[in-house]
Design a protein around this ligand. Structure first.
Ligand SMILES: Cc1ncc(COP(=O)(O)O)c(C=O)c1O
Length: 383
């Protein structure tokens, strides 16, 4: 069965390359470039006036659009430079006096642990839940780790190295049963899997635009549950976190009741222009279609790789993962270079080749990738 790609004309890179590095950075769409051109024109022709004539309105519109993608309300969204800064903002707002421990999975993205390890001098402890297979983490592992000392559980919605989708609603229940809060790193999930923050009952969720939201680097976001914001006082913040930044009152820290109290300073305006263009693609294709294509294309890769004898480090079943497909290899950087020579763009992580198709990819591209992979497999040593 062949399967053509969606909206290929939007992505010039597809004319030249078999682009399978989407979980790292989705390629630039034509409409994103047009939005960036518009930003450049405004900057060039209006200078600082563009803040008031255009940019502030764009920023607030984007806050509303991002809230829509998450199933949140606009006042539950803080705009952020990225996920790490969002995590730092949350970490700075937690009271560790009675509960000093943060629970993180040992296969989570490094920043999820580092932000809390950096607070060791304040007595913050990080308890790592072990993944027995390097693919996912059983809920029981979290259940055992979360106790009355747990302030926060900070873990990925989707594991960056295996695509494994965690049951966030179940994690929220586990955390709440013990009086802890849940902070979800959703960088790898939003735009790839249907998700609603209110339905899942998460407390905080951080993400960004460069992956499945297709808006390029430079912009992140933090969802903070409505009733939490007024109760939390972040210490990592900047002048955009106050009720009225343009009062320019250096003597008063007057925080709004909303998630905006988790913001820092002047945002990247280029990213604020690129992001809505990326979001419009998601709107046009629809999250269910995105998910369906991800499942079909990645399953073709998984099935083909297994037939060739590869050891995969991602769930076999597409329902349990995003389109991240990881194959074990002793020298993944060399394998990724060899694939690049054949026109396939993918990435490596320690011990792994990581491939991630998107809706514009075709089934022929998956088959071509498998052809190139076949000679790269290193047979396991016989004991
Ligand atoms: C799951 C996850 N979290 C966080 C990050 C990094 O986020 P940032 O660079 O915006 O801090 C990444 C980047 O690849 C990621 O995959």
């Amino acid at each position: 069965m062949t399967d053509g790609g969606l909206l290929r004309d939007e992505f010039p890179i597809t004319a030249r390359l078999n682009y399978l590095n989407n979980c790292s950075l989705t390629p630039m769409a034509r409409r994103v470039r047009r939005a960036l051109d518009e930003y450049a024109t405004l900057w060039s022709e209006w200078g600082g006036r563009a803040w008031y004539s255009h940019w502030m309105a764009e920023l607030e519109a984007l806050r509303t659009d991002l809230a829509g993608v998450l199933g949140a309300d606009a006042d539950e969204i803080a705009l952020q430079p990225g996920v790490s800064t969002a995590l730092v903002a949350v970490a700075s707002a937690i009271d560790y006096a009675k509960r000093d421990t943060v629970v993180v999975a040992d296969i989570d993205f490094p920043t999820d642990g580092h932000v809390f390890l950096a607070r060791a001098h304040e007595g913050v402890k990080v308890r790592f839940v072990h993944s027995p297979d390097g693919i996912g983490v059983p809920l029981e592992g979290f259940a055992e780790a979360i106790d009355e000392r747990t302030a926060l559980v900070c873990t990925g919605h989707v594991i960056y190295s295996s695509g494994y989708i965690q049951d966030v609603a179940a994690l929220a229940r586990l955390a709440h049963e013990k009086g802890a809060l849940l902070l979800v790193d959703a960088y790898q999930s939003i735009g790839a899997v249907p998700f609603d923050v209110h339905a899942a009952d998460v407390d905080f969720l951080a993400g960004g635009t460069l992956k499945w939201l297709m808006g390029g680097p430079g912009l992140g976001f933090l969802y903070v549950r409505r009733d939490l914001s007024p109760r939390l006082r972040p210490t990592a913040l900047g002048w955009w976190a106050v009720r009225d930044p343009f009062s320019f009152d250096v003597t008063r820290l007057d925080l709004p009741e909303t998630a905006r109290r988790f913001e820092y300073g002047t945002p990247s305006v280029a990213a604020i222009y690129a992001a809505p263009a990326g979001l419009s693609l998601l709107d046009e294709v629809g999250i269910d279609t995105v998910r369906d294509r991800h499942m079909r294309l990645s399953q073709r890769l998984v099935d083909g790789a297994l037939e060739q004898g590869w050891t995969i480090r991602c769930p076999r079943d597409a329902a349990e993962r995003t389109p991240i497909v990881t194959l074990e290899h002793p020298d993944p950087a060399a394998a990724v270079s060899a694939l690049r020579a054949g026109g396939v763009i993918c990435d490596n992580r320690p011990g792994l080749i990581r491939l991630s198709p998107h809706y514009f990819n075709t089934s022929e591209e998956m088959d071509r990738t498998l052809e190139l992979l076949a000679p790269l497999r290193v047979a396991p040593a016989i004991a």
